[in-house]
Design a binder for this molecule. Structure first.
Ligand SMILES: O=C(O)CCC(=O)C(=O)O
Ligand SMILES: [Fe+2]
Length: 229
């Protein structure tokens, strides 16, 4: 453990990651101005609420590595590299590697904040130099539902000759509000909450959904054991 930590240190992992986050933040801030103007807020309204220089910042960079999939093994029904979900942040900047496909989105849904499975899924092929921007539940709520959060998932490769079976690397930059930011849309459709409360509620919801899924899977397993006894 100590060795791998010092390796990271020696190779400037922290510095490089922070520099990358700073650049991703600059891109995000350009988009924040557009969303603020669209909603009638001051240009810097969302930028101030997502100030990554403050200790109250909740913004996160997630580095993802999905392992290569063995082409000879069948993919169990309903199994995804990342299951259908909406992000709970303001916006997510998603950085993909060319050739490592799998991301799919389901735009146009009128509901979010629950784990619904979408209607029509569209592939988002990674293109060099492109950044995918997903709207999250926070922006949906903060815009009184004008901007809808994007359902997305990452497919597990299953179709030979069509899907990409190799490892997938991606990076997700989640713009999350400072814990003390006050969140309420211009039409006050939802009661005001703090950034901390919004994130906490989203985490609780995700955790409860995960627990229910695990229990349902366990129930299936127990049923199978009883049936074969
Ligand atoms: O790997 C990807 O492209 C998607 C990751 C994602 O949706 C997430 O981490 O929330
Ligand atoms: Fe996501």
């Amino acid at each position: 453990m100590a060795d791998s930590r010092s390796n990271f240190k020696n190779h400037g992992f922290k510095e490089e990651s922070l520099a990358f986050m700073r650049k991703a933040q600059d891109v995000s801030e350009k988009l924040m101005v557009c969303f603020a103007r669209g909603l009638g807020f001051d240009d810097d309204y969302f930028i101030k609420a997502h100030d990554i220089s403050r200790p109250e910042s909740q913004t996160v960079l997630r580095l993802l590595h999905y392992f290569a999939v063995d082409e000879s093994l069948p993919v169990p029904e309903g199994y995804y590299r990342a299951g259908a979900h909406v992000d709970w942040d303001f916006i997510t900047l998603l950085f993909q590697c060319a050739g490592q496909s799998g991301l799919e989105i389901c735009p146009g849904r009128e509901v979010s904040t629950s784990f619904g499975i979408g209607d029509t899924w569209t592939k988002v092929e990674p293109q060099p130099g492109e950044i995918v921007c997903n709207i999250g539940d926070l922006l949906m709520s903060w815009s009184d539902d004008r901007f809808k959060s994007t359902f997305h998932r990452v497919k597990t490769p299953s179709v030979l000759g069509e899907d990409y079976f190799g490892p997938r690397y991606s990076m997700a930059f989640f713009n999350q509000p400072c814990t003390d930011a006050r969140i309420q849309g211009p039409l006050k459709k939802y009661p005001a909450v703090t950034g901390k409360e919004f994130t906490q509620a989203a985490m609780n919801r995700n955790f409860a959904a995960l627990k229910a899924k695990k229990e349902a899977l366990q129930g299936l397993k127990d049923g199978a054991t009883v049936a074969t006894d």
